[in-house]
Design a protein around this ligand. Structure first.
Ligand code: AMP
Ligand code: ZN
Ligand code: FE
Ligand code: FE
Length: 275
């Protein structure tokens, strides 16, 4: 049996994480992780210049992405693993989504302006490294300019779901995201299902997800056993990871603590080969 640590859910500063892809790899190495997937929100830019770094630390990299989708007006996150980073369809979708996020950020900034908070799109872009711009980047800008004391206040008073400056993201259906992942040669997993109702998970299984993220910091032991049972019952794949972001999320202890083992990664790889 091979029990090496495999973490298939992490974020870098190219979405809403704190560390650069290379810094994350170094941290993963220091925490005993042997295989890693960087699954930034709607972005694969982390993979642009990272393979050398992964090689230096002898970390096996699994190409991945976390895609935000919609099902019955609820936001569902899907992890696409072993995706082909050169897929034109995938690149086209991610570019489109990035542009949509940019326009949404401008709408949020406008709403903030009407609430007496003056920040510019350029200031927000400085915080987002020009990638998948989101509410966290706006929150950081608000902190920097002294409009709020901390991240939590930014969300509670202004940016949180249905708060005064909230704007929805565009709707991407689960089905279209599943198709995208599959056509890019990847496998799709429901991310952190702990928060969703059972009938939603049932629908996702009917739509053809390949697996479930069983191990996640938000799941307690009962949930882990429950999702593992579902994985077995429906012959799905199990994945897991830390959902590490670093920085202001204060989740440092999660890296190296939430993982699957290499045998489970091998099971995922076997399915790729059968596709
Ligand atoms: P976005 O993709 O722009 O809608 O931003 C979503 C991200 O904002 C999430 O991944 C969280 O990191 C963060 N977020 C959303 N709601 C809250 C909240 N109430 N408190 C803190 N962070 C939040
Ligand atoms: Zn995130
Ligand atoms: Fe997520
Ligand atoms: Fe995540």
């Amino acid at each position: 049996m091979n029990y090496s640590k495999v973490d298939l859910h992490t974020h870098t500063n190219l979405s809403d994480g704190a560390f650069t892809p290379c810094e994350l790899i170094e941290l993963a190495y220091k925490n005993g992780i042997q295989a890693l997937s960087i699954t930034d929100h709607d972005s694969i830019n982390a993979y642009d210049e990272i393979f050398e770094c992964a090689n230096d630390y002898k970390i096996e990299l699994i190409p991945g992405v976390e895609i935000s989708t919609d099902l019955e007006d609820k936001e569902i996150h899907l992890l696409g693993l072993f995706i082909n980073l050169e897929s034109d369809e995938l690149k086209k979708y991610l570019n489109f989504f990035r542009e949509e996020r940019f326009h949404r950020a401008k709408r949020i900034i406008n709403k903030l302006k009407n609430l007496g908070i003056s920040i510019s799109i350029d200031e927000v872009l400085d915080n987002s490294q020009n990638s998948a711009i989101g509410r966290p980047h706006i929150a950081y800008t608000m902190i920097e300019k002294g409009y709020v004391k901390n991240y939590q206040e930014a969300f509670e008073r202004y940016l949180g779901d249905y708060s005064p400056a909230y704007e929805r993201k565009i709707h991407v259906s689960v089905q279209s995201a599943l198709k995208l992942i599959s056509e890019a040669g990847g496998l799709s997993f429901v991310a952190h299902p702990g928060y969703m109702k059972e009938n939603i998970l049932q629908k996702l299984i009917e739509y053809g997800i390949d697996g479930i993220e069983v191990v996640h910091p938000s799941h307690n032991e009962n949930q882990i056993q429950f999702y593992r049972g579902i994985v077995n019952q429906y012959c799905l794949l199990e994945t897991g990871g830390s959902d590490f972001h670093g920085g202001k999320k204060m989740d440092f202890e999660n890296l190296g603590k939430y993982f699957i083992n290499y045998n489970q990664l091998s099971a995922i790889k076997n399915m790729i080969h059968k596709k």
